[in-house]
Design a protein around this ligand. Structure first.
Ligand SMILES: C[S@@+](CC[C@H](N)C(=O)[O-])C[C@H]1O[C@@H](n2cnc3c(N)ncnc32)[C@H](O)[C@@H]1O
Length: 242
């Protein structure tokens, strides 16, 4: 698993909580029927538990999963009251059955190629119990078009700094090269580098892919009233049956 080693995982947890905070109200509203039935929520790519915290605080039973050991360690500290926090690598891991599957932060866009993304979409659908709900976000091809030639970005905090360069080797791949500096206890600084490759897809094909797996879904621009970054689309759906 090449993504989110210790230093970047920590910077994500400390500096990038806004997305989960924005998405939480719409997702919580959507999941109200699951909460009423005390159903089980499976979170895929929970990271450090930023959305998990909202779900558990609202009373949900959550199995939170991610591929990154460093993210999972943070999540165990941040949401100790989750039902379970487990390592699970998409798209081919066996997913536990659940009454809802949620995933934010374009986790499925992290899969190695487009075929893997479609396997991930199918796996999410197949994990749902009859009547189960699904909500996730994912990068469309528009994500890349909107960021062509995007300048270098920097985030600076007291004890970490993150510099990100963007590129698009091909129209369906968005690359972020990240250099993370972290202050050591003795005041010196250490450096780590991560290259994140995201697959961009035509998200208009998602409803058909989910329908083949018994899920009726729509692609949209938000989970609720929040405004998401351009090209990041939401998928919300329900498995047939009850
Ligand atoms: C941008 S972060 C979002 C984390 C969290 N959902 C949030 O919103 O704060 C993407 C997450 O996807 C996870 N991830 C990447 N590839 C994955 C895979 N193949 N299986 C499961 N998780 C993966 C990463 O470890 C990381 O935690």
């Amino acid at each position: 698993m090449p993504y989110y080693r210790e230093d970047l995982a920590r910077a994500h947890h400390l500096g990038f909580g806004a997305h989960a905070d924005m998405c939480a109200p719409g997702i919580l509203k959507f999941l109200e029927p699951v909460l009423a039935e005390k159903g089980l929520v499976l979170e895929v790519g929970c990271g450090s538990g930023l959305l998990t915290r909202h779900l558990v605080d609202a009373g949900h039973r959550v199995i939170a999963t991610d591929a990154s050991p460093a993210m999972l360690e943070l999540a165990r500290g941040y949401v100790p009251d989750a039902e379970a926090i487990e390592q699970l690598e998409m798209p081919d891991a066996r997913l536990p059955k659940a009454d809802a599957v949620v995933s934010i932060g374009h986790v499925l866009s992290y899969l190695p190629d487009e075929a893997a993304v479609w396997r991930g979409v199918a796996a999410v659908a197949q994990a749902l119990r009859p009547g189960g709900l699904v909500a996730f976000d994912i990068c469309d091809l528009e994500w890349g078009r909107a960021r062509q030639g995007a300048p270098v970005q920097a985030r600076v905090s007291e004890d970490w700094a993150l510099i990100t360069r963007f590129s698009m080797p091909v129209p369906a791949q968005f690359v972020r090269e990240m250099t993370i500096f972290t202050r050591n206890d003795d005041g010196s600084w250490r450096r780590d580098d991560e290259r994140h490759e995201n697959v961009l897809i035509d998200t208009s094909a998602i409803p058909e892919a989910l329908a083949k797996n018994g899920v009726d879904a729509v692609v949209g621009g938000s989970f609720g009233d929040e405004v998401l970054p351009e090209g990041l689309l939401t998928v919300m759906g329900q498995r047939s049956g009850s």
